[in-house]
Design a protein around this ligand. Structure first.
Ligand code: ZN
Length: 408
């Protein structure tokens, strides 16, 4: 009987046929004996994480696959990013993500990442706790030049534009409301006051004095974006009766897991980059089955190679995944193993696309089909047919015998 789940999501795994690879996708062209062995013992299919006709973001697609329909539970990237750096949100908070950037005296952006400043904690500390008209700003460091910002107070709204114009050599944007509500107007006004005040503090901050002396750009402006308003989310354990944990390198994925109340396990060597230690991650996933019912493992670099249009790199990285996936050939009999992508990131497009991704379910009680390879074309012949991200958790519950009876 099944008791445990390992779910591996390879970001942006799906692709399109590539001429240089003999009209195969990187996943088809890669040598993947271990994943193919697993597929040959699995029920396979294709998945549109958000449904057909949708180009999924990584945050929304993960929510759907983990059983939280994004239409109901997605409230902006900011909420997920701030949860990922360990900040606790309360109902009504507005969360934003941001970069420390460099502006000149006319507020023209000279460097969106302030020379990729690595340690911003002294700066976030100087801004943390500022109160403006009943709204408290909580500011914490993210990775590198990034920061997480929470606005807490009455009558806030996330219906505001990004202050970050997403490019350099243009002025910073005044935050304006996206609708006519008093809340949006209030939030935009208070945020503008805060950003101005933050600039004054950052401009004089000793860390920036030091940077100027060294000829480095001052991290003197907070470029904020992705406002989201938090609504309470039922935790994964309550909703599915699985104690869950996440193993990921990328902050966004740790954020999604933390947002759903899963524990985030830090694995040394898990970087979210092509040099990530896949073996360590997969081994940690298996070891954590002792402690958790549901282990979600995220692998990032497949997506990064797709976004760079680097099909050879994507293929080679998939072969690394396959090599490490040999560890999953000998899982305990009580463990359901699933591997898929959150969306396709075709090298040809260098961006996410609405193409479905292969998915396989491997474990006791699964009706293995005739598919013998893990890739975009082989899995179209699988027993699962075409599913959506929202079907994954019900399918797991069904295999565990935990789906309620419909009717009598
Ligand atoms: Zn993704």
């Amino acid at each position: 009987m099944l008791e445990k789940v390992i779910l591996v999501i390879c970001d942006g795994l799906g692709d399109r046929p590539i001429k240089e690879l003999g009209n195969l996708t990187p996943l088809e062209a890669a040598k993947t004996p271990n994943l193919d062995k697993l597929a040959s013992e699995s029920e396979c299919g294709m998945m549109y994480s958000l449904g057909r006709g949708c180009v999924p973001g990584s945050d929304t697609s993960h929510l759907n696959i983990l059983g939280y329909d994004y239409k109901e539970y997605y409230s902006g990237r900011g909420t997920i990013e701030v949860t990922g750096v360990g900040m606790k949100l309360q109902d009504g908070d507005v969360a934003l993500r941001g970069n420390f950037g460099t502006v000149d005296e006319n507020f023209v952006i000279k460097d969106r990442r302030a020379g990729r400043i690595r340690v911003v904690e002294p700066l976030t500390k100087a801004l943390d706790g500022i109160e403006i008209d009943g709204v408290t700003f909580h500011v914490k460091p993210g990775t590198g030049h990034r920061a997480a910002i929470v606005m807490r107070g009455k009558g806030l709204s996330s219906a505001i534009i990004d202050a970050d114009p997403h490019k350099s050599d243009v002025p910073t944007r005044e935050v304006t409301p996206l609708d006519k509500s008093i809340e949006a107007k209030h939030t935009a006004r208070v945020l503008n006051v805060f950003l101005k005040k933050a600039y004054e503090i950052l401009q004089k901050h000793p860390l920036n004095e030091e940077r100027r002396k060294k000829g480095e750009p001052a991290a003197n402006y907070l470029l904020v974006r992705g406002a989201g308003q938090y609504r309470e989310v039922p935790c994964f354990k309550e909703r599915y009766s699985f104690s869950g944990c996440c193993i990921a390198g990328g902050g966004l994925y740790k954020g999604v897991a933390a947002y759903l109340g899963m524990d985030v396990i830090d694995v040394p060597g898990a970087t979210g980059l092509p040099d990530t230690d896949l073996e360590a991650k997969f081994r940690a996933a298996i070891n954590n089955l002792n402690k958790y019912d549901f282990v979600f493992v995220h692998v990032k670099a497949t997506d990064s190679f797709g976004e760079d249009g680097n099909f050879a790199g994507k293929k080679a990285f998939i072969e690394k995944i396959d090599h490490a996936a040999r560890l999953f050939l000998e899982l305990p009999a009580n463990t359901l193993f699933i591997i898929t992508g959150d969306h396709s990131t075709p090298c040809e497009l260098k961006s996410h696309s609405g193409d479905p991704v292969p998915i396989i379910f491997h474990g006791a009680g699964v009706r293995a089909d005739k598919v013998t390879a893990f890739n975009e074309r082989a899995c179209t012949q699988g027993g699962l047919g075409i599913i959506t991200g929202n079907d994954v958790m019900p399918q797991i519950l069904n295999l565990f015998g935990r789906l309620p009876l419909t009717g009598a």
